[in-house]
Design a protein around this ligand. Structure first.
Ligand code: HEC
Ligand code: HEC
Length: 446
């Protein structure tokens, strides 16, 4: 993105509008001209811009093994990892191409491992494998294991007789190098989510997510204990990460085997002696300068505008009303306030349209995780933001939605909703076919 006066102006108009009590326009959406060069949602001062550009370069750079000559700044990969760069999983932050069908899980569908515990407790990984199953390694070691997916096709019909089909995944872990998982370890398949707009989600005041002063009570806020105090978490499919910084620290440590300023240890456990004995690429392996740069890059990523044709097609329908009537908007909140630092100092208020409440919901047993002995465990999910869906629909040959990419269309994603979202799903199913199409068309224009 070229920094231009126009965006700065837009932001200032926003504050003027807020001051006058009018509803300011949704902030943060930009047309993505070149998907390899995603725009930022506002003008950055030269220092921030330089840092964000460096961060973009780091995002796209594959890290290399410790001790690689001439690569001291980007060495320390692994020895156990999932992918060598952010971009391998996140595709310029814009979308995730999940599993196409039966077979080995793609790199960007990672399997996290977690021991059961209270929802706000610090996460404890499997005693042998740690927080994440690392399916890749440097040549001197072997990966921790491999993941294969097998889908079963489910068939059903809408009340009006129209048939539907879903694919229900089963995850098979094999070649487990250090023996079996603990029986109660929860197997958490997670697809890399889009990253755009994360800086805006981070700018939503905690009081809004907690529902203070409003009638919103559905779901639960995601708390995490950090030592002796609790913090509100908001990133990841289950809102397990406190901030963009926290999530990126985890990604580097657990998915890339890179120690960093936020997570000084990687995911080698006490039984993984070869992993612990491997040479390291510095303490920490990722310098504060590069770490902060990646955070800066992610923080300003704009949300991609829907294709103009999709917006035009949805313009005259009653999609927004149907979304509300059916009950989707109770969780997928169409508007949230944000407080951003102003370019010239101070703060500005604005409104974003993320279609999430950043709260956790139980969507029923069919979406819930299983533990290593095959038992379902109650799982709470952060309402997935729906902004940028139009861009993703327009770009992907096959969509892969929901936390493990099982849904191949907007319609399939809705049909998986159960638990707290059961009534909304039933109301959707009961709409006349034409109105279902109107709602789906409206979603594809977000
Ligand atoms: C091996 C694949 C993989 C790699 C490599 C990876 N990520 Fe991720 N990323 C994921 C997955 C999976 C999640 C979802 C985690 C969860 O739900 O707990 C995620 C979540 C995130 C989120 C939170 C998004 C949201 O809105 O909730 C951010 C930010 C992020 N990653 C940034 C990065 C950055 C920056 C890097 C490089 C340093 C990186 N990731 C490397 C797979 C990956
Ligand atoms: C009770 C809260 C709740 C209600 C009501 C609800 N949703 Fe969701 N929605 C969620 C959660 C939580 C997820 C993430 C679930 C997961 O990944 O397993 C989600 C995911 C989605 C996704 C997939 C997004 C993605 O990026 O993968 C779509 C599309 C969606 N919802 C649309 C709808 C529509 C349309 C309605 C109304 C018919 C609706 N939802 C009602 C909570 C809700």
């Amino acid at each position: 993105m070229k920094p231009g006066g126009q965006r700065l102006l837009a932001l200032c108009l926003c504050c003027a509008a807020t001051a006058a009590g009018a509803t300011p326009p949704p902030l943060g959406v930009e047309v993505f001209v070149n998907s390899r060069d995603p725009p930022f949602f506002r003008m950055l001062d030269p220092a921030k811009l330089a840092r964000a550009r460096l961060g973009h370069a780091v995002f796209n750079t594959p890290f290399v093994p410790a001790g690689t000559p001439g690569a001291a700044r980007i060495d320390g990969l692994g020895p156990l990892f999932n992918a060598p760069s952010c971009d391998e999983c996140h595709n310029e932050g814009a979308d995730a191409r999940g599993p196409r069908g039966d077979g080995p899980a793609p790199q960007n569908l990672v399997v996290q491992l977690q021991l059961p515990g209270p929802p706000d407790a610090p996460l404890a990984g499997d005693p042998r494998y740690g927080q994440e199953l690392n399916t890749a390694s440097l040549p001197s070691l072997r990966p921790e294991g491999s993941v294969t997916i097998r889908y079963q096709t489910l068939h059903g019909r809408y009340p009006d007789g129209t048939p539907w089909e879903l694919r229900d995944p089963q995850y098979l872990l094999s070649n487990l190098r250090y023996g079996p998982l603990a029986a109660h370890t929860i197997i958490k398949p997670r697809l890399a989510p889009p990253l755009f707009g994360d800086g805006l989600l981070e700018a939503v005041p905690a009081t809004v997510i907690l529902g203070e002063g409003s009638s919103v009570t559905a779901g639960l806020p995601a708390w995490r204990w950090i030592g002796t105090h609790r913090e509100l978490a908001r990133f990841g499919w289950q809102a397990t990460a406190l901030s963009i910084r926290d999530q990126i620290g985890k990604a580097m440590a657990f998915e890339m085997g890179l120690t960093n300023p936020a997570y000084p240890h990687d995911d080698c456990t006490s039984v993984e002696r070869d992993c612990r004995a491997a040479p390291n690429g510095g303490t920490p392996e990722v310098s504060a300068q590069l770490f902060d740069a990646v955070i800066e890059f992610v923080r300003w990523l704009a949300v991609p505008a829907a294709p103009a044709a999709a917006v035009a097609a949805a313009a005259h329908g009653q999609g927004a009303e149907l979304f509300r009537q059916v009950g989707c908007a109770a969780c997928h909140r169409p508007q949230l306030p944000v407080v951003l630092s102003a370019p010239g100092g101070g703060h500005v208020s604005a409104v974003i349209s993320p279609y999430t409440d950043l709260r956790l919901h139980d969507l029923g047993p069919d979406l819930a995780d299983r533990d290593a002995s095959g038992e379902r465990v109650r799982s709470l999910w952060r309402t997935a933001p729906l902004w940028g869906l139009g861009y993703r629909v327009g770009r992907e040959q096959q969509l892969t939605l929901l936390h493990d990419g099982r849904a191949r269309s907007l319609e399939e994603a809705i049909l998986w909703h159960d638990g707290e979202a059961r009534n909304a799903r039933l109301a959707f199913e009961n709409l006349p076919a034409k109105q279902r199409r109107v709602l789906l068309g409206w979603l594809a224009a977000r």
